[in-house]
Design a protein around this ligand. Structure first.
Ligand SMILES: NC(=O)c1ccc[n+]([C@@H]2O[C@H](COP(=O)([O-])OP(=O)(O)OC[C@H]3O[C@@H](n4cnc5c(N)ncnc54)[C@H](OP(=O)(O)O)[C@@H]3O)[C@@H](O)[C@H]2O)c1
Length: 315
């Protein structure tokens, strides 16, 4: 059982001191929990750099945040489309040029439950490409800059890692034979989380100064399952059920902020809501299923990811 560090109420933003002078770089902040995490950071005086794929939506977010926190709110946007490795490389170059020391890179953007198999321009099943490989490459390219500032990498996983296959399907990463909208999402989230724990182990071995934390947002009311190409049964269930058993996107963002700011966090740990199947409730350390920590699978995943992202990376 995971130990509880934050008391009966769990972690809340009330624990935050001023974040003035800190810089948080976050993927997918136009909506949902990325948007809400951005609000929390700005409310404490931090600088936020959003890495988003939609320029118009990003401009609207900047306008809204300035309306709420004043014209001096330090929020900006750099274009990133995680479904294209060329875009990830351009984004990383722009971040290295424009962004001061990074206190945390937050890998939050994702797609989910895409009804039919889609293959990215680089040839990857879309959940795996966007949710995992794009973030693997972004972390690889920005790692040295994060290390210079002794910063963190925060990976937004999902309790979905315990659903689906519960393993990486190395023999058919694109699910050509058994595509299922929910299994492929679960697979991509497991890959992201396994990568996080493997990165922790490699950083420890290399004696580097980057802290990696993994969180999940529970079951939060966001836009994740609202698009036109979403698997219909999932869309219907979510519409009916999430108002009853889900929580606000704001609460869903707290595990991100915790992982980006709190001291004395553990390795090989997962932070998120801890009640009712971890859908909602006090935010703290959650139990972590063994398959996410499988070191052999994680080593193989690392090699495969390097090949897919065309990036050799030894932290
Ligand atoms: N909501 C939940 O209950 C839940 C549960 C478990 C895990 N999560 C995780 O929480 C994180 C945030 O999801 P959310 O629920 O807040 O969903 P959301 O409201 O749909 O937000 C997803 C964000 O990802 C961005 N994005 C999607 N594809 C992208 C791409 N190719 N390149 C760059 N950005 C892209 C979206 O941008 P656009 O505005 O351009 O679409 C949006 O900003 C995800 O990692 C998700 O897996 C959520």
């Amino acid at each position: 059982m995971a130990g509880k560090a934050f008391g009966p109420k769990g972690w809340t933003p009330e624990r935050l001191a001023s974040l003035s002078g800190k810089t948080y770089v976050i993927t997918g902040a136009t909506t949902g929990i990325g948007y809400e995490a951005t609000r929390v950071f700005l409310s404490k005086g931090a600088r936020v750099v959003m890495l988003n794929r939609n320029g118009i939506a990003s401009a609207a977010v900047i306008a809204k945040m300035k309306e709420e926190f004043g014209d001096n709110a330090e929020i900006s946007f750099i274009h990133l489309d995680l479904s294209m490795m060329s875009s990830v490389r351009l984004t990383a170059a722009a971040v290295m040029e424009k962004v001061p020391p990074i206190d945390a890179l937050i890998c939050n953007a994702a797609i989910s439950a895409v009804a039919r198999q889609e293959i990215t321009i680089d040839g990857f099943e879309s959940h795996l490409g966007v949710n995992y490989i794009g973030h693997f490459l972004l972390c690889a390219l920005l790692f040295d800059q994060i290390e210079q500032s002794k910063g963190r990498i925060v990976l937004v996983g999902s309790e979905g890692y315990k659903m689906g296959l519960k393993r990486i399907q190395f023999e058919d990463l694109n699910f050509d034979k058994n595509y299922h909208p929910l299994n492929t999402y679960a697979h991509s989230k497991l890959a992201l989380m396994m990568f996080g724990y493997e990165l922790q182990r490699r950083i420890l071995t290399a004696g580097k100064s980057v802290q990696v934390q993994v969180c999940h947002p529970g079951y939060s009311r966001t836009d994740l399952l609202k698009g036109d190409n979403i698997y219909r049964p999932m869309k219907i269930v979510t519409t009916l059920v999430s108002p009853i058993i889900g929580q606000s996107a704001e609460k869903g963002s707290w595990p991100i902020v915790l992982c980006a700011t709190e001291q004395n966090l553990k390795s090989e740990a997962l932070y998120g809501p801890t009640k009712r199947s971890n859908f909602v409730g006090p935010v703290d350390q959650c139990d972590l299923a063994e398959h996410a920590l499988d070191p052999e699978a994680a080593t193989e995943l690392w090699s495969v990811s390097e090949r897919m992202a065309s990036a050799n990376w030894s932290p």
